[in-house]
Write a protein that binds this ligand. Sequence first.
Ligand SMILES: Cc1ncc(COP(=O)(O)O)c(C=O)c1O
Length: 389
Amino acid sequence: MNTPIYIIEEEKLRNNLALIREVARRTDAEWILAFKAFALWKTFPIFREYINATTASSLSEARLAFEEFGAKAHTYSPAYKDEEFSEIVHCSSHLTFNSLSQYERFHKRAGECSIGLRVNPEYSEVGTLLYNPCAPGTRFGVTADKLPEQLPEDIRGFHCHCHCESGSDVFERTLVHIEDKFAKWFPQLEWINFGGGHLVSRKDYDIERLVRMMDGFHKRYPWLKVIFEPGSAFAWQTGPLVASVVDVVEDKGIRTAILDVSFTCHMPDCLEMPYYPDVRGAVWSPESGDDRGLNKAPSEPQSPNLEDLWVYRLGGNSCLSGDFMGYWRFDHELQVGEEVFFEDMIHYTTVKTNTFNGITHPAIGMLKMDGKLEILRQFGYEDYRNRMD
Ligand SMILES: Cc1ncc(COP(=O)(O)O)c(C=O)c1O
């Protein structure tokens, strides 16, 4: 196989989509795709078989919804800009404002859009600050103490996002806070959007609990239409990034396999989130020295015995010194040219990649139901050059 390449597997994608469609039916809610996690528009015809709408957070995403997905977007942006607003309205069915000042500035120009306000329940169990929208000083949403008793009459919905790869138990605890703080305004609304981060396609997600919760919610507020807008759940575990070993180097007992991919360019969440990805056929081996200190204090690597332990740091081919992660134990000695599969590398990768260092961007392929690999996109020098045109 020509590497590097992201491979999205149609069967796994369809499994997630079928599951989400069923969850939508059972929760009596609309489930829409958040482009921020996944926007491979050549797969939209498949999505259209299962869902009807998407959520956008910028003009480009709103256009993608309208022009490529074929349905107007549920749009939320932290801050709309004057010169983009009319086009966003043109591409949107729902438009959520992040603040009352943005609402004041733009609501009269929202046309036919159903207007929403992002609210912040000041409760989130997301541990990583980078992903916690309720951390003190947050710039997301209006807190209950700032809302007027009577909402402006053109506000039709509340939008609330406080999860990240969360289970329904987290949502259950969060919903208590949402209702405590905001239920008094619900009679003035038509819809509520519970945001993303609901990882229904993770194997241990308790869907029955979610269904029970939503049954109760609908009984309490039968007039409210409920919307969920996950991204990760759609593309969760739908395929790998396949790389090749280009060289193996060694220093101070640390052996690094240099690959034809880069963490900073092609798997940025590994460094940002941070987390250690699964590598096919290898075991993540923190006892060899967790040199980033992601899970414990940095420690000296334990100088693996180079002869009988095939433990490797995996290094990117950029010039960033920190473009590596450690360690993985393989069951054989890695050879130049050999393929290395990083699992679950579709969501929040293909949307976040960059061409730093001019490193060749991985191709994007789709493993079809019939087992054939279709190349959706290949990248070359022009892609690097043209973004600075
Ligand atoms: C407002 C909003 N909606 C939806 C999502 C999608 O979340 P996820 O991909 O975790 O489901 C995010 C993620 O940051 C978000 O900020």
